[in-house]
Write a protein that binds this ligand. Structure first.
Ligand SMILES: [Fe+2]
Ligand SMILES: [Fe+2]
Length: 217
């Protein structure tokens, strides 16, 4: 078997469920700012994994909510996008703004695409508050919130966040940011465990010199 073929086998199931592909296509034009498209694919994959440990959550609510949760950032002026996030945000009002506008855009998309068996009111309620509401309105909301925050600790999230912030984004900056701003917001046992474990491994990476005498490659 060639290497290319083995990759095909490895990835043949894809990330998105067939039900959600039309939603993804409809959302994509709204996700081409600040890597929200890559972010959404990663959050979806994480949400599917978290759902395995959260049978009380409803995948037909969580996954459509994931696809549509950040469409509202498209309406925020591009030069302001980075002032709404990071370790010291100055435009937190824009976080609320992207939820409100995101709910409106998501309602239009859901009305147009009409995914079967999806509780649209629940999906919209989750989008409206996915960042600014620290408590969950349902187990499905908790899974969506945790997948969104957990993305920061994935290879894709770490790479993109470090790209966004450039020299400021040292390993120490990154760990401080997640420990202060996102890990405390995790809600599900599986999400909390994931955040703790990855953060511990990042700290271990930062301490390699202490234990390896600076000899590691
Ligand atoms: Fe968001
Ligand atoms: Fe997000």
């Amino acid at each position: 078997m060639s290497e290319a073929k083995s990759y095909e086998v490895l990835l043949e199931d894809g990330v998105f469920l067939p039900r959600d592909l039309p939603l993804w296509e409809a959302a994509k034009p709204y996700l081409d700012v600040r890597n929200n498209d890559e972010h959404t694919v990663g959050v979806y994959a994480l949400a599917r994994m978290l759902l395995r440990d959260m049978p009380e959550a409803d995948e037909s609510v969580v996954l459509p909510a994931v696809v549509l949760h950040d469409v509202g950032w498209k309406t925020v002026p591009e030069e302001e996008l980075f002032n709404a996030i990071g370790s010291a945000p100055t435009r937190l009002d824009l976080v609320r703004e992207h939820e409100v506008r995101g709910r409106e855009i998501a309602a239009e998309i859901l009305d147009r695409v009409k995914p079967e068996g999806v509780d649209i009111d629940h999906v919209l309620a989750i989008i409206d508050g996915h960042d600014t509401r620290d408590t969950a309105i349902s187990p499905s909301d908790a899974v969506m919130k945790d997948a969104d925050k957990a993305w920061r600790l994935t290879p894709n999230g770490i790479r993109l966040i470090k790209e966004w912030y450039g020299d400021e984004a040292t390993d120490a900056w990154f760990v401080e940011m997640v420990e202060r701003r996102s890990n405390p917001k995790m809600l599900t046992p599986v999400g909390i465990a994931f955040a703790r474990a990855i953060t511990a491994s990042l700290k271990a990476d930062m301490m390699l010199d202490r234990y390896m005498g600076g000899s590691h490659a």
